[in-house]
Write a protein that binds this ligand. Structure first.
Ligand SMILES: Cc1cc2nc3c(=O)[nH]c(=O)nc-3n(C[C@H](O)[C@H](O)[C@H](O)COP(=O)(O)O)c2cc1C
Length: 307
């Protein structure tokens, strides 16, 4: 049975995964935290926590709230910063078989470019995922990924600063995600991943105040799956670069739905909090499905629901 997928066919280095199951940024730390729980080397790829130029403390507490079938978070990109990732994490990753992709976040286009330059050529780093679902400080705080122009600007700057494969992670908090996807693909993205969290909030009625310390947060988990699935379907019909599906994937059938909608690979996020083995369970479920259906090559399943 062939499970491998190529996520950067237009890139010189390429990004060949042994199978299509990846972990979603911010839900699997740096991979190291999970390596004693199960054989993480069996996964297709690991995407690490969003990384900024300088370390960040993140947002005020509380930063998590459960919702029906979902999770609201406002972690605020707490992370150790690029220098520590390069010095402390990448040397460990370099000894792994599973490729690690670094998720990057900036407040300006220049931040993204500098991050891409610093990570370029570091042993243990196989690709960059650009999180454009964060506020553009110079443009009054609107998300970079909310409009095709700023999304393309970030992509162009990152592509010019690295030879690593570049995945651009799209935000659902935009009027037309397919237009944003087209713009970043045109700007050179090797692949697009989607979706990031949907903006939401909760109110603590006893305190009569927003529940989260930063008022709003990002909604993830099974509650967002139908939204994510349709966005993947739309984007896969709009671009000719590989699409990576993410959003509420908790079972192998969820993952197969995304693949059938047109995703070449999938990311498992919130499901890992309830069951750290979820990515591996999902991979094993996909293998069983392929066996049962007599499918020899996972690529035969990509986009089959598109007719
Ligand atoms: C606690 C938490 C932290 C996250 N941190 C990041 C991050 O640093 N960078 C990023 O691009 N996405 C981040 N995400 C978004 C996830 O990678 C994913 O896109 C989203 O949660 C939807 O997938 P899911 O429903 O499977 O969790 C985070 C999500 C959660 C729940």
């Amino acid at each position: 049975m062939k499970l491998s997928v190529q996520l950067a066919p237009k890139n010189k280095r390429g990004l060949l995964l042994a199978n299509p199951v990846m972990t979603a940024s911010g839900t699997f730390g740096y991979g190291t935290e999970y390596s004693h729980l199960f054989d993480i080397q069996r996964l297709g790829a690991i995407i690490c926590k969003g990384t900024t130029l300088k370390p960040r403390e993140g947002n005020p507490q509380p930063r998590l709230a459960e919702t029906p079938s979902g999770l609201l978070n406002s972690i605020g990109l707490q992370n150790i910063g690029a220098k520590a990732v390069i010095k402390e994490k990448a040397p460990v990753w370099a000894t792994w078989r599973v490729p690690v992709i670094v998720n990057i976040v900036g407040e300006t286009v220049d931040d993204y470019a500098q991050l891409a330059r610093e990570l370029d050529g570091v042993a243990g780093i196989s690709g960059i995922e650009v999180n454009i679902g964060c506020p553009n400080i110079k443009a009054g705080g609107a998300e970079f990924g909310a409009n095709p122009k700023t999304a393309a600007e970030v992509t162009t700057a990152v592509k010019a600063s690295t030879s690593l494969p570049v995945l651009v992670k799209l935000t659902p908090n935009t009027a037309d995600i397919a237009q944003v996807a087209k713009a970043v693909a045109k700007a050179g993205a090797d692949a697009v991943s989607l979706i990031n969290t949907l903006k939401g909030m909760a109110i603590d009625i006893s305190r009569r105040r927003p529940l989260l310390g930063s008022i709003s947060g990002g909604l993830s988990g099974p509650a967002i799956k139908p939204v994510a699935l349709y966005m993947v379907y739309e984007v896969a019909g709009a671009v000719d670069v590989p699409v990576i599906g993410c959003g509420g994937i908790a079972t192998s059938s969820d993952g197969i739905e995304f693949i059938m909608a047109g995703a070449s690979a999938i990311q498992v996020g919130t499901a890992s909090f309830a069951n750290p083995r979820a990515p591996l369970d999902i991979l094993e479920g996909i293998e069983q499905f392929m066996k049962k259906e007599g499918i020899e090559d996972i690529t035969e399943l990509i986009g089959v629901a598109r007719g």
